[in-house]
Design a protein around this ligand. Structure first.
Ligand SMILES: Nc1nc2c(ncn2[C@@H]2O[C@H](COP(=O)(O)OP(=O)(O)O)[C@@H](O)[C@H]2O)c(=O)[nH]1
Ligand SMILES: [Mg+2]
Length: 462
């Protein structure tokens, strides 16, 4: 089905958040320049929304209107039909002296003549001044459908209702609340739904764009689950080895396991944030269970595990804050990971293998260290919790999280896809082995599917 490109202007007074809105809609946090001072955007700049080389929507960011009261006088002074707005604008644009005098405004008017509709962005912290109503009157001359976008609605200084009343009085009834600082993708859908009601002819275009965004959302979720599965496998299979008689090495290795796990988890957090387009600038922006973009407490600290109600087995209790590490040779894998004793690894093969691994190592005078199940439980819980929050935000539902399916990861038996990784040191990128043992890809896909199931069963997930 061929659909025509919808051309959309973003207009309004200076500093109302026009460029920020374009950034939100095109999902490019780098678009244009955003600043807290007047006149940052001086030219009209365009961005295309589409896929497969198809442009569905073109957004045009514009300089702020700054001189509406004088402009309206100049427009009124032009000869011609009083009620022919577009004609009046064209005549204005044909007057070099006027275009020079109202440089920025002329660009906006030219743009209005070239687009199918415009979003008029309002900073609702501002009182409803005459000059803004002048802007609306001028834009009205363009004879293009206008959608008013109320920005800064989350501010305590918001005068949203006064603005809604004022807009109704000038017969602008299509209004959308928006707060760029809260960056809530659900707003995007509401905005395009409203535009579709304003623009009959572009309904197929808008529908295609929204369908594409939905597909992207699914793929994003898939990628996030794969990243979590990757983390869990890397940590499940993480091993450090020392000579039995070299006890002095034990403590630094425990520390290394702690640090590696911590960093590996942070890398996963950053992958999730990047997938959901959070940058460092957004950390103040909340609704996420993080502090400055991180989980604040280290994952191997017994206190962290206790705070999450996760039981640990026997740990080697090294320096302060390190726990939940087992020694395979001392049977740590079976003791520390209670589920293995429960026969979770079918037919006891896992146990045999791990015992074998331990015995063999011991015979060679080596001791092997790894992390307990408790750590995997915590890591899975934290990442699913974060992902749930990111998805809920994406659907404009930033309500506090209920106890959801990720809770089960604290107690239930770990999926066999993950338990298998316990016995495959060659699957962990952190073991720096020359070659990856085969089978990791499949295990990761299985584990991602197990994680997806947990996510889908979450009662509050959208
Ligand atoms: N808190 C908050 N700040 C915003 C919002 N929209 C824009 N800003 C900030 O307001 C300033 C002006 O935004 P900008 O997009 O450059 O406005 P423009 O001049 O209309 O393009 C920047 O500092 C933005 O970060 C919003 O909805 N909420
Ligand atoms: Mg701008």
């Amino acid at each position: 089905m061929s659909t025509s490109t919808l051309r959309l202007a973003i207009v309004g007074h200076t500093n109302t958040g026009k460029t920020s809105l374009v950034r939100t809609l095109c999902h490019n946090r780098k678009f244009g320049e955003v600043a807290d001072r007047a006149g940052t955007t001086r030219q009209v700049s365009a961005v295309r929304l589409g896929f497969d080389a198809d442009t569905l929507i073109e957004l045009f960011d514009s300089p702020g209107l700054e001189n509406a009261p004088h402009l309206i006088e100049a427009l009124e002074a032009l000869p011609g039909e009083r009620h022919d707005g577009p004609d009046r604008i064209d005549r204005f644009l044909d007057e070099p002296a006027l275009v020079e005098r109202f440089d920025q405004e002329a660009r906006v008017l030219e743009l209005m003549r070239a687009v199918d509709a415009a979003l008029y962005v309002i900073d609702v912290r501002e009182p409803v001044l005459e000059k803004y109503l002048d802007e609306l009157a001028i834009l009205g001359l363009g004879a293009r459908p206008l959608l008013a976008v109320l920005n800064f609605t989350a501010s305590p200084l918001s005068r949203e209702q006064a603005w809604r009343d004022a807009l109704a009085r000038v017969s602008l009834h299509t209004v959308l609340s928006f707060d760029a600082a809260i960056r809530e993708p659900a707003t995007e859908k509401r905005l395009f739904d409203k535009l579709a009601t304003l623009l009959d002819g572009f309904q197929p275009t808008i529908a295609r764009w929204l369908a594409h965004r939905e597909q992207e959302e699914k793929e994003r979720r898939q990628a996030a689950l794969a990243a979590i599965a990757d983390l869990l496998i890397d940590i499940a299979a993480l091993r450090r080895t020392h000579r039995s008689d070299d006890i002095g090495l034990r403590e630094p290795l425990l520390q290394e396991i702690q640090d590696r796990t911590h960093h590996r988890e942070q890398a996963c957090v950053e992958t999730l944030l990047a997938l959901y387009r959070f940058g460092r600038d957004d950390y103040s922006d909340n609704g996420l269970p993080l502090v400055q973009g991180r989980w604040p407490d280290p994952p191997l600290d017994p206190a962290t595990l206790a705070d999450h109600g996760i039981r640990t087995g026997s740990h080697l209790g090294a320096g302060a804050g390190i726990g939940a590490v087992f020694d395979i040779a001392s049977g740590g894998l079976s003791l520390g990971t209670g589920t293995l004793v429960g026969g979770a690894v079918g037919a006891g093969t896992g146990l045999l293998r791990s015992a074998g691994e331990g015995l063999l190592e011991r015979a060679r005078g080596l001791r092997r260290l790894g992390v307990e199940d408790a750590v995997l439980r915590l890591l899975a819980w934290r990442q699913l919790h974060l992902l749930g929050a990111l998805i809920r935000r994406g659907h404009g539902n930033p309500e506090p999280l209920q106890a959801t399916a990720e809770e089960r990861w604290k107690r239930d038996r770990l999926p066999s896809s993950l338990l298998r990784a316990r016995l495959r040191p060659g699957w962990s990128a952190l073991n720096e082995l020359p070659e990856r043992e085969p089978g990791r890809e499949r295990a990761r896909a299985r584990l991602a599917a197990d994680l997806a199931e947990a996510l889908e069963q979450a009662p509050s997930s959208p």
